[in-house]
Design a protein around this ligand. Structure first.
Ligand code: MN
Length: 500
């Protein structure tokens, strides 16, 4: 456990960054001196592992430093003044953000709201706060066996309901997969064991055959002069398998991607060539060819998927993507915040960019309105005026239904990205832009064509709304929207009309 171990994980770090990380290492060691974790290990191990995960994600030096220092005020002996003096405002800001999130305790229902409020405020100011929290949570989950059983369950549930979906939402698969699997074990122990057993049997049965198949694929590709490739196989996460089993009548034979072969190549053109060569040799299963390169998943995931008969009686899923796509799918937003890329791609219209910290003045405590990403603003919008219990319940429902489900990203004619749940209509889009626009929606265009207001919008559609002062919601509108936010605005309007 040395600072060199952390620095070695970074791609050509600057000299000043190395020094900064070394100083943080020493500072954390002192701040937690003599302190022990529940496991009996030195407390320092926890902050070291947190920083290590951040380095694995290739985060910038301030983030890694904040990983080392994230508990030094709250649990260690350091003070805010010391951190400010030694490491400056930016790092203090990140640490305070993580501490705030740490006060959040999810117990279901009411607590949930308080927590998520703080959550949103902190995250909307700097997404790095959230990534540090995820790395912190990962180590806490890895050592959850040392915690009191009643606490285990609460922490695991919170991870499964809030943190893992957030990691997924930020498309950091590397984190979301492990967070899901670790919490699954505590939240549904019986189902976990059953799924694990299924997975074990499948693996024993399939791995030798799969390894043989990978060899023959490589040979077939080499025959067509495709040599510069990386191949391996990945095992589906236990929780992800458990969820999939539910939608496939618990029949494991119907799930073909438990073990999937992965091929990484340099260019997009190579992806399609590889697919063509494979289909030329092995017969694909109809209906299972998916082009997530041309049509990325809502969280940005890109890859070609196909499932083929291997010829020895088994069926294998093959995932083909570029090295860059692979990197993005594992690291998600973190890859856009990393060392080398930092600030150089800021003109990118990628939706990730919306989440990036704009230049924040870290000496101030609050950030300006326009620095808050659009999708966070939408959420914050829906929590204004929460007073009664039913309002609170509504907020939970909104979040569960709208936020933690998969989202699509659509554009305004000006190119602003709007983030909506799958199945949203043009009318939902209007309300997502502004309630006043929603309430006076007259016509909608998708990709330049006139459409009815209840048309379901798809990823990367360009949606244009025309309003008219005389246009007003009717009860029919309720059937034309999917989001709870739009429904509530329409209902409020209709109730007001009734009273009049
Ligand atoms: Mn911690």
């Amino acid at each position: 456990m040395t600072s060199e171990e952390i620095i070695a994980l970074l791609d050509s770090p600057k000299e000043e960054d190395k020094k900064l990380i070394e100083r943080a290492y020493d500072f954390a060691l002192k701040a937690h001196e003599g302190q022990l974790r529940k496991s009996g290990e030195p407390y320092f191990n926890h902050v070291f592992e947190t920083a290590k995960t951040l380095a694995e994600l290739k985060m910038d030096a301030p983030t890694i430093v904040a990983g080392f220092l994230h508990d030094s005020i709250e649990d260690g002996v350091a003070t805010e003044e010391e951190i400010k003096k030694e490491f400056g405002n930016e790092i203090l800001f990140l640490i305070n953000g993580v501490t705030k999130l740490g006060k959040v305790k999810y117990r279901g229902a009411e607590r949930h709201i308080e927590s998520l409020r703080k959550f949103l405020v902190a995250v909307s100011q700097d997404v790095r706060v959230l990534i540090i929290k995820l790395a912190d949570r990962l180590h806490n989950m890895r050592t959850l066996q040392y915690v009191r059983p009643d606490k285990q369950k609460r922490i695991a549930l919170e991870t499964l309901e809030i943190y893992a979906p957030l990691a997924y939402r930020l498309s950091i698969r590397m984190l979301s997969r492990e967070l899901e699997d670790l919490s699954f074990k505590y939240v549904h122990p019986k189902e976990y064991e059953e799924t694990l057993e299924l997975l074990r049997n499948k693996k024993e049965e399939n791995i030798p055959r799969l390894e043989k198949f990978i060899k023959s694929v490589k040979k077939a590709l080499a025959g067509e002069n495709i040599i510069d490739i990386k191949t391996d196989y990945r095992q589906k996460g236990i929780y992800s398998l458990y969820k999939k089993l539910h939608t496939h009548e618990n029949d494991i034979e119907k799930i073909y991607d438990i073990l999937a072969m992965r091929i990484c190549v340099e260019t997009v053109a190579d992806c399609y060539r590889v697919l063509g060569i494979i289909h030329g040799v092995w017969r694909p299963l109809p209906g299972r060819i998916k082009d997530y390169i041309a049509f990325p998943k809502p969280n940005g995931y890109q890859s070609l998927h196909t499932t083929v008969f291997t010829g020895d009686g088994s069926i294998v899923e093959i995932q083909i993507r570029t090295n860059e796509m692979h990197h993005n799918s594992e690291y998600g937003i973190a890859s856009h915040l990393s060392y080398k890329d930092n600030k150089t791609k800021s003109t990118d219209t990628n939706w990730f960019m919306q989440l990036l910290p704009k230049v924040i003045n870290y000496s101030k405590t609050s950030s300006k309105e326009e620095e808050i990403p659009l999708w966070i603003k939408d959420l914050a919008e829906s929590q204004k005026g929460i007073k009664t219990d039913s309002d609170k319940q509504e907020f939970i429902d909104d979040l569960k239904a709208d936020f933690f489900n998969e989202r699509i990203f659509v554009l305004t004619p000006k190119g602003e990205v709007v983030d909506l749940p799958i199945g949203s209509t043009a009318l939902d889009f209007a309300f997502a832009i502004h309630s006043d626009i929603g309430l006076h929606t007259n016509m909608a265009k998708i990709n330049g064509k006139n459409v009815s207001l209840n048309t379901v919008i798809k990823n990367s559609d360009i949606v244009e709304i025309t309003t008219k002062e005389s246009s007003k919601p009717t009860s029919k509108w309720l059937e034309m929207v999917k989001t709870n936010m739009a429904k509530r605005h329409i209902n409020n309007y209709l109730e007001k009309q009734k009273k009049k």
